[in-house]
Design a protein around this ligand. Structure first.
Ligand code: PLP
Length: 454
Protein backbone atom coordinates (compact mmCIF):
# COMPACT_ATOMS: atom_id res chain seq x y z
CA UNK A 1 0.00 0.00 0.00
CA UNK A 2 1.25 3.46 -0.88
CA UNK A 3 1.86 5.86 1.96
CA UNK A 4 1.41 9.53 1.16
CA UNK A 5 2.37 11.37 4.31
CA UNK A 6 4.53 10.84 7.34
CA UNK A 7 3.19 12.43 10.50
CA UNK A 8 4.95 12.85 13.83
CA UNK A 9 3.39 13.33 17.26
CA UNK A 10 4.08 16.40 19.40
CA UNK A 11 6.25 14.28 21.65
CA UNK A 12 8.51 13.54 18.65
CA UNK A 13 9.41 17.23 18.18
CA UNK A 14 13.13 17.99 18.47
CA UNK A 15 14.19 19.22 21.91
CA UNK A 16 17.32 21.01 20.59
CA UNK A 17 18.29 23.09 17.58
CA UNK A 18 21.30 21.94 15.57
CA UNK A 19 24.24 24.32 15.15
CA UNK A 20 26.22 23.36 12.04
CA UNK A 21 29.15 25.63 12.98
CA UNK A 22 30.17 22.98 15.53
CA UNK A 23 30.75 20.46 12.73
CA UNK A 24 32.39 22.69 10.09
CA UNK A 25 36.16 22.34 9.86
CA UNK A 26 36.33 25.71 8.16
CA UNK A 27 33.45 27.82 9.47
CA UNK A 28 32.77 31.20 7.81
CA UNK A 29 35.15 33.99 8.90
CA UNK A 30 34.19 36.63 11.49
CA UNK A 31 31.97 39.59 10.66
CA UNK A 32 33.59 42.96 10.10
CA UNK A 33 32.57 46.30 11.54
CA UNK A 34 30.31 48.29 9.16
CA UNK A 35 32.37 51.49 9.43
CA UNK A 36 35.96 50.45 10.17
CA UNK A 37 35.79 47.05 8.39
CA UNK A 38 37.90 45.67 11.25
CA UNK A 39 37.36 42.02 12.15
CA UNK A 40 34.86 41.62 14.96
CA UNK A 41 36.49 38.82 16.88
CA UNK A 42 34.58 37.55 19.87
CA UNK A 43 31.03 38.55 20.58
CA UNK A 44 29.06 40.63 20.97
CA UNK A 45 28.49 42.35 17.69
CA UNK A 46 28.18 46.07 18.47
CA UNK A 47 25.80 47.82 18.55
CA UNK A 48 23.65 45.26 20.35
CA UNK A 49 20.63 45.65 18.12
CA UNK A 50 19.43 42.09 18.76
CA UNK A 51 18.37 40.53 22.08
CA UNK A 52 21.49 39.34 23.94
CA UNK A 53 20.57 35.66 23.92
CA UNK A 54 20.36 35.75 20.11
CA UNK A 55 23.78 37.41 19.86
CA UNK A 56 25.18 34.56 21.97
CA UNK A 57 23.53 32.01 19.69
CA UNK A 58 25.01 33.81 16.68
CA UNK A 59 28.54 33.08 17.93
CA UNK A 60 27.87 29.79 19.71
CA UNK A 61 30.06 26.76 19.05
CA UNK A 62 27.68 24.38 20.87
CA UNK A 63 26.40 21.64 18.58
CA UNK A 64 22.97 21.40 20.24
CA UNK A 65 21.07 24.33 21.77
CA UNK A 66 18.02 23.58 23.86
CA UNK A 67 14.63 24.76 22.62
CA UNK A 68 12.87 26.49 25.55
CA UNK A 69 9.54 24.91 26.56
CA UNK A 70 7.74 28.23 25.98
CA UNK A 71 8.96 28.24 22.36
CA UNK A 72 8.04 24.59 21.77
CA UNK A 73 4.58 25.24 23.21
CA UNK A 74 3.88 27.83 20.51
CA UNK A 75 5.47 25.78 17.72
CA UNK A 76 3.02 23.02 18.63
CA UNK A 77 0.21 25.14 17.18
CA UNK A 78 1.27 23.64 13.83
CA UNK A 79 4.37 21.48 14.39
CA UNK A 80 5.48 18.82 13.73
CA UNK A 81 4.87 19.67 10.07
CA UNK A 82 3.94 16.83 7.70
CA UNK A 83 6.30 15.28 5.18
CA UNK A 84 4.76 14.01 1.96
CA UNK A 85 5.70 11.52 -0.71
CA UNK A 86 4.74 13.07 -4.07
CA UNK A 87 3.43 9.86 -5.66
CA UNK A 88 1.14 11.68 -8.09
CA UNK A 89 3.77 14.13 -9.25
CA UNK A 90 6.25 11.26 -9.75
CA UNK A 91 3.64 9.62 -11.96
CA UNK A 92 2.95 12.82 -13.87
CA UNK A 93 6.69 13.27 -14.49
CA UNK A 94 7.00 9.56 -15.31
CA UNK A 95 10.14 9.35 -13.20
CA UNK A 96 11.64 6.45 -11.23
CA UNK A 97 12.82 9.01 -8.64
CA UNK A 98 11.19 8.95 -5.20
CA UNK A 99 10.18 12.54 -4.40
CA UNK A 100 9.45 13.74 -0.87
CA UNK A 101 8.65 17.22 0.40
CA UNK A 102 8.48 18.80 3.83
CA UNK A 103 5.44 21.08 4.05
CA UNK A 104 6.02 24.31 5.97
CA UNK A 105 2.90 26.00 4.58
CA UNK A 106 0.86 24.72 7.54
CA UNK A 107 2.00 27.49 9.91
CA UNK A 108 -0.48 30.30 10.72
CA UNK A 109 1.48 32.78 8.58
CA UNK A 110 1.81 30.22 5.77
CA UNK A 111 5.58 29.69 5.68
CA UNK A 112 8.61 28.52 7.66
CA UNK A 113 9.25 32.05 8.98
CA UNK A 114 7.32 31.70 12.28
CA UNK A 115 9.86 29.01 13.37
CA UNK A 116 12.36 31.77 14.13
CA UNK A 117 9.84 34.56 14.82
CA UNK A 118 8.53 32.62 17.84
CA UNK A 119 12.03 32.07 19.26
CA UNK A 120 13.04 35.70 18.69
CA UNK A 121 9.92 37.05 20.41
CA UNK A 122 10.42 34.69 23.35
CA UNK A 123 13.98 35.91 23.97
CA UNK A 124 12.95 39.55 23.48
CA UNK A 125 10.19 39.20 26.05
CA UNK A 126 12.48 37.40 28.51
CA UNK A 127 14.93 40.30 28.22
CA UNK A 128 12.14 42.64 29.25
CA UNK A 129 11.73 44.37 25.91
CA UNK A 130 8.55 46.19 24.97
CA UNK A 131 8.70 45.56 21.26
CA UNK A 132 10.62 44.61 18.12
CA UNK A 133 11.06 46.59 14.91
CA UNK A 134 11.58 44.96 11.55
CA UNK A 135 11.24 45.37 7.79
CA UNK A 136 9.22 43.34 5.36
CA UNK A 137 9.11 43.15 1.59
CA UNK A 138 6.06 41.29 0.39
CA UNK A 139 4.92 40.77 3.99
CA UNK A 140 5.88 37.16 4.83
CA UNK A 141 8.35 38.07 7.55
CA UNK A 142 6.26 40.93 8.96
CA UNK A 143 3.28 38.64 9.35
CA UNK A 144 5.35 35.90 11.01
CA UNK A 145 6.73 38.38 13.55
CA UNK A 146 3.34 40.00 14.18
CA UNK A 147 1.84 36.57 14.84
CA UNK A 148 4.60 35.61 17.29
CA UNK A 149 4.83 39.02 18.98
CA UNK A 150 1.15 38.95 19.78
CA UNK A 151 1.44 35.59 21.56
CA UNK A 152 4.28 36.86 23.77
CA UNK A 153 2.74 40.29 24.47
CA UNK A 154 5.31 42.25 22.44
CA UNK A 155 4.65 45.21 20.18
CA UNK A 156 5.77 44.71 16.59
CA UNK A 157 6.61 47.65 14.35
CA UNK A 158 6.88 46.75 10.67
CA UNK A 159 8.35 48.93 7.95
CA UNK A 160 6.81 47.55 4.78
CA UNK A 161 8.27 48.45 1.37
CA UNK A 162 5.84 51.10 0.04
CA UNK A 163 5.16 49.46 -3.30
CA UNK A 164 4.12 46.21 -1.56
CA UNK A 165 2.11 48.16 1.02
CA UNK A 166 0.05 49.49 -1.88
CA UNK A 167 -0.03 46.39 -4.08
CA UNK A 168 -0.40 43.66 -1.43
CA UNK A 169 -2.92 44.92 1.11
CA UNK A 170 -3.88 41.46 2.40
CA UNK A 171 -0.53 40.77 4.05
CA UNK A 172 -0.87 44.15 5.80
CA UNK A 173 -4.36 43.19 7.02
CA UNK A 174 -2.93 39.90 8.30
CA UNK A 175 -0.22 41.74 10.27
CA UNK A 176 -2.77 44.19 11.71
CA UNK A 177 -5.09 41.33 12.69
CA UNK A 178 -2.28 39.98 14.88
CA UNK A 179 -1.64 43.45 16.32
CA UNK A 180 1.37 44.47 14.22
CA UNK A 181 1.78 48.17 13.46
CA UNK A 182 2.57 48.56 9.78
CA UNK A 183 3.85 51.69 8.05
CA UNK A 184 4.84 52.09 4.41
CA UNK A 185 8.57 52.65 3.94
CA UNK A 186 10.01 55.23 3.33
CA UNK A 187 8.06 56.76 6.22
CA UNK A 188 8.17 60.11 8.02
CA UNK A 189 8.98 58.35 11.31
CA UNK A 190 12.74 58.09 10.83
CA UNK A 191 15.61 60.28 9.59
CA UNK A 192 16.41 57.65 6.97
CA UNK A 193 12.84 57.66 5.67
CA UNK A 194 12.46 61.45 5.70
CA UNK A 195 15.75 61.87 3.83
CA UNK A 196 14.49 59.64 1.02
CA UNK A 197 11.06 61.32 0.94
CA UNK A 198 12.65 64.78 0.66
CA UNK A 199 14.43 63.69 -2.48
CA UNK A 200 11.56 61.64 -3.86
CA UNK A 201 8.12 62.09 -2.25
CA UNK A 202 6.79 59.30 -4.48
CA UNK A 203 9.51 56.77 -3.59
CA UNK A 204 8.25 53.19 -3.85
CA UNK A 205 10.83 52.07 -1.29
CA UNK A 206 13.19 49.12 -1.15
CA UNK A 207 14.18 46.44 1.32
CA UNK A 208 17.44 48.30 1.96
CA UNK A 209 15.62 51.48 2.96
CA UNK A 210 13.15 49.55 5.13
CA UNK A 211 16.02 47.83 6.97
CA UNK A 212 17.64 51.21 7.68
CA UNK A 213 14.33 52.54 9.03
CA UNK A 214 13.70 49.50 11.26
CA UNK A 215 17.27 49.64 12.63
CA UNK A 216 16.96 53.37 13.35
CA UNK A 217 13.56 52.91 14.98
CA UNK A 218 14.89 50.13 17.23
CA UNK A 219 17.93 52.14 18.28
CA UNK A 220 15.97 55.33 19.02
CA UNK A 221 13.02 53.80 20.91
CA UNK A 222 13.46 52.64 24.50
CA UNK A 223 12.52 49.02 25.02
CA UNK A 224 12.82 48.17 21.33
CA UNK A 225 15.32 46.01 19.50
CA UNK A 226 15.63 44.88 15.91
CA UNK A 227 14.58 41.59 14.37
CA UNK A 228 15.78 39.87 11.21
CA UNK A 229 14.06 37.00 9.40
CA UNK A 230 16.94 35.30 7.56
CA UNK A 231 20.68 35.26 6.74
CA UNK A 232 22.23 35.29 10.25
CA UNK A 233 23.32 32.13 12.09
CA UNK A 234 20.68 32.22 14.82
CA UNK A 235 17.84 32.34 12.29
CA UNK A 236 19.22 29.32 10.44
CA UNK A 237 19.64 27.60 13.81
CA UNK A 238 15.96 28.07 14.69
CA UNK A 239 14.95 26.69 11.30
CA UNK A 240 16.72 23.35 11.86
CA UNK A 241 13.51 21.97 13.39
CA UNK A 242 12.53 21.44 9.73
CA UNK A 243 15.42 19.07 8.99
CA UNK A 244 15.41 17.37 12.39
CA UNK A 245 11.75 16.43 11.97
CA UNK A 246 12.37 15.39 8.37
CA UNK A 247 15.14 12.99 9.41
CA UNK A 248 12.68 11.09 11.60
CA UNK A 249 10.04 11.15 8.88
CA UNK A 250 12.44 9.85 6.23
CA UNK A 251 13.30 7.07 8.63
CA UNK A 252 9.59 6.23 8.89
CA UNK A 253 9.53 6.10 5.08
CA UNK A 254 12.55 3.80 5.09
CA UNK A 255 14.49 6.14 2.80
CA UNK A 256 17.47 8.49 3.08
CA UNK A 257 17.77 11.38 0.61
CA UNK A 258 20.34 11.29 -2.18
CA UNK A 259 19.53 14.89 -3.03
CA UNK A 260 18.28 17.72 -0.78
CA UNK A 261 16.82 20.87 -2.33
CA UNK A 262 15.70 24.25 -1.00
CA UNK A 263 15.07 27.74 -2.36
CA UNK A 264 17.34 30.44 -1.01
CA UNK A 265 16.73 34.16 -0.47
CA UNK A 266 18.82 34.64 2.64
CA UNK A 267 18.99 30.87 3.00
CA UNK A 268 17.05 30.11 6.18
CA UNK A 269 14.44 27.60 5.02
CA UNK A 270 16.84 25.58 2.88
CA UNK A 271 19.46 25.54 5.63
CA UNK A 272 16.73 24.49 8.05
CA UNK A 273 16.05 21.40 6.00
CA UNK A 274 19.56 20.68 4.78
CA UNK A 275 21.91 21.36 7.74
CA UNK A 276 20.88 18.43 9.98
CA UNK A 277 21.41 16.04 7.03
CA UNK A 278 24.61 17.89 6.03
CA UNK A 279 26.04 16.84 9.37
CA UNK A 280 26.17 13.28 7.96
CA UNK A 281 28.22 14.55 5.02
CA UNK A 282 30.54 16.68 7.16
CA UNK A 283 31.25 13.74 9.46
CA UNK A 284 31.84 11.38 6.54
CA UNK A 285 28.79 9.15 7.15
CA UNK A 286 27.11 10.16 3.87
CA UNK A 287 29.87 11.42 1.56
CA UNK A 288 27.70 11.27 -1.58
CA UNK A 289 24.80 13.33 -0.25
CA UNK A 290 24.05 16.23 -2.59
CA UNK A 291 22.55 19.55 -1.44
CA UNK A 292 21.23 22.13 -3.90
CA UNK A 293 20.43 25.75 -2.99
CA UNK A 294 18.20 27.40 -5.60
CA UNK A 295 18.00 31.12 -6.28
CA UNK A 296 16.41 33.47 -8.82
CA UNK A 297 18.28 34.56 -11.96
CA UNK A 298 17.01 38.05 -11.04
CA UNK A 299 19.28 38.09 -7.99
CA UNK A 300 21.98 35.45 -8.60
CA UNK A 301 24.30 35.90 -5.63
CA UNK A 302 25.52 32.27 -5.44
CA UNK A 303 25.74 31.59 -9.18
CA UNK A 304 26.94 34.96 -10.51
CA UNK A 305 28.07 36.97 -7.49
CA UNK A 306 31.45 37.24 -5.83
CA UNK A 307 32.49 35.35 -2.71
CA UNK A 308 33.61 38.41 -0.80
CA UNK A 309 32.92 40.63 2.17
CA UNK A 310 29.87 42.86 1.78
CA UNK A 311 27.47 44.87 3.89
CA UNK A 312 24.27 43.12 4.85
CA UNK A 313 22.14 46.17 4.03
CA UNK A 314 21.99 48.90 1.44
CA UNK A 315 22.59 51.70 3.95
CA UNK A 316 25.81 50.00 5.16
CA UNK A 317 24.73 50.12 8.82
CA UNK A 318 24.73 46.37 9.44
CA UNK A 319 27.76 44.09 9.86
CA UNK A 320 29.94 43.11 6.92
CA UNK A 321 29.91 39.40 6.17
CA UNK A 322 31.87 37.03 3.94
CA UNK A 323 29.27 35.74 1.50
CA UNK A 324 28.25 35.29 -2.10
CA UNK A 325 26.90 38.69 -3.09
CA UNK A 326 25.80 40.68 -6.11
CA UNK A 327 26.58 43.87 -4.14
CA UNK A 328 24.57 45.73 -1.50
CA UNK A 329 23.51 48.37 -4.04
CA UNK A 330 22.10 45.85 -6.55
CA UNK A 331 18.41 46.40 -7.33
CA UNK A 332 16.89 43.17 -8.65
CA UNK A 333 14.05 42.99 -11.17
CA UNK A 334 10.59 43.02 -9.52
CA UNK A 335 10.04 39.25 -9.75
CA UNK A 336 7.11 37.68 -7.89
CA UNK A 337 9.44 35.75 -5.57
CA UNK A 338 9.98 38.78 -3.32
CA UNK A 339 11.74 36.63 -0.73
CA UNK A 340 14.55 35.82 -3.15
CA UNK A 341 15.50 39.42 -3.88
CA UNK A 342 18.22 39.75 -1.24
CA UNK A 343 21.70 40.66 -2.53
CA UNK A 344 23.67 38.32 -0.25
CA UNK A 345 23.36 34.86 1.29
CA UNK A 346 23.82 33.24 4.69
CA UNK A 347 27.61 33.00 5.33
CA UNK A 348 27.46 29.36 6.47
CA UNK A 349 25.74 28.28 3.24
CA UNK A 350 28.29 30.23 1.20
CA UNK A 351 31.16 28.54 3.04
CA UNK A 352 29.66 25.10 2.29
CA UNK A 353 29.31 25.98 -1.39
CA UNK A 354 32.81 27.43 -1.55
CA UNK A 355 34.24 24.27 0.03
CA UNK A 356 32.38 21.97 -2.36
CA UNK A 357 29.87 20.52 0.11
CA UNK A 358 26.84 22.04 -1.63
CA UNK A 359 25.71 23.24 -5.06
CA UNK A 360 23.91 26.37 -6.22
CA UNK A 361 21.54 26.85 -9.13
CA UNK A 362 19.40 29.71 -10.52
CA UNK A 363 16.14 29.79 -12.49
CA UNK A 364 14.10 32.37 -14.37
CA UNK A 365 10.58 33.04 -13.09
CA UNK A 366 8.91 31.62 -16.20
CA UNK A 367 10.68 28.27 -15.58
CA UNK A 368 9.76 28.17 -11.91
CA UNK A 369 6.11 28.98 -12.50
CA UNK A 370 5.90 26.19 -15.11
CA UNK A 371 7.13 23.79 -12.43
CA UNK A 372 4.79 25.19 -9.74
CA UNK A 373 1.91 24.67 -12.14
CA UNK A 374 2.89 21.06 -12.79
CA UNK A 375 3.20 20.46 -9.03
CA UNK A 376 -0.18 22.07 -8.24
CA UNK A 377 -1.95 19.97 -10.87
CA UNK A 378 -0.49 16.73 -9.51
CA UNK A 379 -0.28 17.31 -5.75
CA UNK A 380 -2.90 20.02 -5.28
CA UNK A 381 -0.70 22.32 -3.26
CA UNK A 382 -0.18 25.83 -4.60
CA UNK A 383 3.29 26.85 -3.47
CA UNK A 384 4.77 30.32 -3.05
CA UNK A 385 6.84 31.64 -5.99
CA UNK A 386 9.94 31.35 -3.78
CA UNK A 387 9.19 27.69 -3.12
CA UNK A 388 8.62 27.17 -6.84
CA UNK A 389 12.40 27.49 -7.33
CA UNK A 390 12.90 24.34 -5.25
CA UNK A 391 10.07 22.66 -7.15
CA UNK A 392 11.81 23.43 -10.45
CA UNK A 393 15.15 22.01 -9.32
CA UNK A 394 13.38 18.89 -8.03
CA UNK A 395 11.63 18.48 -11.37
CA UNK A 396 14.92 18.67 -13.25
CA UNK A 397 16.59 16.12 -10.98
CA UNK A 398 13.56 13.82 -11.32
CA UNK A 399 13.67 14.12 -15.11
CA UNK A 400 17.41 13.38 -15.06
CA UNK A 401 16.52 10.15 -13.21
CA UNK A 402 14.09 9.32 -15.99
CA UNK A 403 16.93 9.70 -18.50
CA UNK A 404 19.37 7.60 -16.50
CA UNK A 405 16.84 5.13 -15.13
CA UNK A 406 18.05 5.76 -11.58
CA UNK A 407 15.62 5.73 -8.68
CA UNK A 408 17.13 8.48 -6.56
CA UNK A 409 15.52 9.80 -3.40
CA UNK A 410 14.88 13.55 -3.60
CA UNK A 411 13.68 15.64 -0.66
CA UNK A 412 12.81 19.32 -1.04
CA UNK A 413 11.53 21.91 1.39
CA UNK A 414 8.14 23.36 0.49
CA UNK A 415 8.72 26.63 2.35
CA UNK A 416 5.27 28.17 2.01
CA UNK A 417 1.92 28.42 0.27
CA UNK A 418 1.16 30.86 -2.51
CA UNK A 419 -2.33 31.98 -1.51
CA UNK A 420 -1.25 35.62 -1.36
CA UNK A 421 0.75 35.27 -4.56
CA UNK A 422 -1.97 34.23 -6.97
CA UNK A 423 -1.11 37.22 -9.15
CA UNK A 424 2.02 35.28 -10.12
CA UNK A 425 -0.09 32.28 -11.17
CA UNK A 426 -2.49 34.58 -12.99
CA UNK A 427 0.37 36.20 -14.90
CA UNK A 428 1.71 32.73 -15.71
CA UNK A 429 -1.65 31.61 -17.14
CA UNK A 430 -1.86 34.75 -19.25
CA UNK A 431 1.77 34.45 -20.29
CA UNK A 432 2.34 37.89 -18.86
CA UNK A 433 5.19 37.12 -16.49
CA UNK A 434 7.78 39.87 -16.58
CA UNK A 435 10.53 38.80 -18.91
CA UNK A 436 13.63 40.29 -17.39
CA UNK A 437 17.23 39.62 -18.11
CA UNK A 438 20.14 40.31 -15.87
CA UNK A 439 21.83 43.49 -16.97
CA UNK A 440 25.51 42.69 -16.98
CA UNK A 441 26.48 46.33 -16.63
CA UNK A 442 24.35 46.89 -13.52
CA UNK A 443 25.65 43.69 -11.97
CA UNK A 444 29.28 44.66 -12.55
CA UNK A 445 28.64 48.18 -11.21
CA UNK A 446 27.10 46.84 -7.99
CA UNK A 447 29.91 44.35 -7.53
CA UNK A 448 32.45 47.12 -7.96
CA UNK A 449 31.01 48.74 -4.81
CA UNK A 450 32.07 45.91 -2.51
CA UNK A 451 34.16 47.10 0.45
CA UNK A 452 37.94 47.17 0.05
CA UNK A 453 39.24 45.18 2.98
CA UNK A 454 42.27 46.92 4.53
C1 PLP B 1 10.92 34.48 2.88
C2 PLP B 1 10.66 33.24 2.13
C3 PLP B 1 11.70 32.52 1.48
C4 PLP B 1 13.12 33.00 1.40
O1 PLP B 1 13.76 33.17 2.62
P1 PLP B 1 14.90 32.18 3.13
O2 PLP B 1 15.45 32.83 4.33
O3 PLP B 1 15.89 31.98 2.04
O4 PLP B 1 14.21 30.91 3.48
C5 PLP B 1 11.38 31.34 0.85
N1 PLP B 1 10.12 30.86 0.83
C6 PLP B 1 9.10 31.52 1.43
C7 PLP B 1 7.73 30.95 1.35
C8 PLP B 1 9.34 32.73 2.10
O5 PLP B 1 8.34 33.38 2.69
Amino acid sequence: MKQYKYVLQERDMPTHWYNILADMQNPPPFYRHPATLALMEDPPMPPPVFPMELIQQEFSQERWIEIPDEVADVLKLWRPAPLFRAHRWEQALDTPARIYYKWEGVSPAGSHKPNTAVAQCYYAKREGLEGLATETGAGQWGSALSFAGNLFGLKVKVFMVAISFQQKPYRRVMMETWGGEVVPSPSTETHAGRAILEQDPESSGSLGIAISEALEYAMTHDGYKYSLGSVVNFVLLHQTVIGLESMKQMEMAGDYPDILIGCAGGGSNSAGLIFPFMRDKLTGAKPDLRAIFVESTACPSMTRGKYAYDWGDTAKTGPVAMMHTVGHSFMPAPVHAGGLRYHGMAPSICALIDQGYAEARAYHQVEIMDAAHSFARAEGTIVAPETAHAVRATMEEALACKESGESKVILFNASGHGHFDLAAYDAHHREELVDYCLEEERLQKAMAELPRIP
